[in-house]
Design a protein around this ligand. Structure first.
Ligand code: 3PG
Length: 209
């Protein structure tokens, strides 16, 4: 799968923080049942790699790793079965490493200079992070006129209310966020609530069209 295939399978990528590995499979099932197939598991907890392994077994799920900061995490994510890797920013070392891997990287940027550096390194599919505090929709509109070849996945501070405005932009491939999985819903294993939130979220593209 190319990065475009993955981003186009959105419209929203749930950005998942998982504490208990045993929650991974039912959580992924709930999200996929609700219509969200592309799942980003952040490497922010000790359970994350096991969660990626468990989620990869869920039919229909396209599982990637997020918050990847360096090479060791990149390869650990690939070993766990990740189909894509997301980083909050980009370093020269990570760019070179990613280019030598089959599993694609969606690197993060927040400014025009960072977009230029990422393009120079060969990346034109970028995470816009942290989206809301970096100017949100207005910044992406400005990027559209100067970087017509770049498609973005904004994340960071986006909610079900603000997602629609992003999804209306032609240079937005999809949006990422944690709002479909409130931490208390995971803690209480309320998979029904998460499925309903996922279904409402999956309907956003149609509302925006
Ligand atoms: C990310 O890594 O993309 C963000 O942590 C997700 O941001 P959110 O929790 O504000 O949606």
């Amino acid at each position: 799968m190319t990065l475009d295939d993955i981003l186009d399978a959105g419209p929203v990528i749930p950005v998942i923080v998982i504490e208990r590995p045993e929650d991974a499979e039912p959580l992924a099932r709930a999200l996929v049942r609700g219509g969200l197939r592309v799942l980003e598991v952040t490497l922010r907890t000790p359970a994350a790699l096991d969660a990626i392994r468990a989620m990869c077994a869920v039919e229909g799920a396209i599982v990637g790793a997020g918050t990847v900061l360096g090479q060791e995490q990149y390869d650990a994510a690939i070993d766990a079965g990740a189909k894509f890797v997301v980083s909050p920013g980009l370093t020269d070392a990570l760019a070179a490493f990613a280019k030598a891997r089959k599993v694609p990287l969606l690197p993060g940027i927040a400014t025009a200079s960072e977009v230029m550096r990422a393009r120079d390194a060969g990346f034109t599919r970028l995470k816009f992070f942290p989206a809301e505090s970096s100017g949100g929709v207005a910044t992406l509109k400005s990027f559209a006129s100067v970087f017509p070849d770049v498609r973005f996945c904004p994340t960071g501070g986006i909610s079900s209310d603000s997602a629609t405005a992003y999804l209306r932009l032609a240079n937005v491939a999809c949006v990422g966020g944690s709002w479909p999985m409130p931490p208390e819903a995971i803690a209480t294993r309320d998979w029904g609530r998460i499925e309903r939130l996922a279904a409402a979220t999956a309907a956003l593209r149609r509302a925006a069209a």
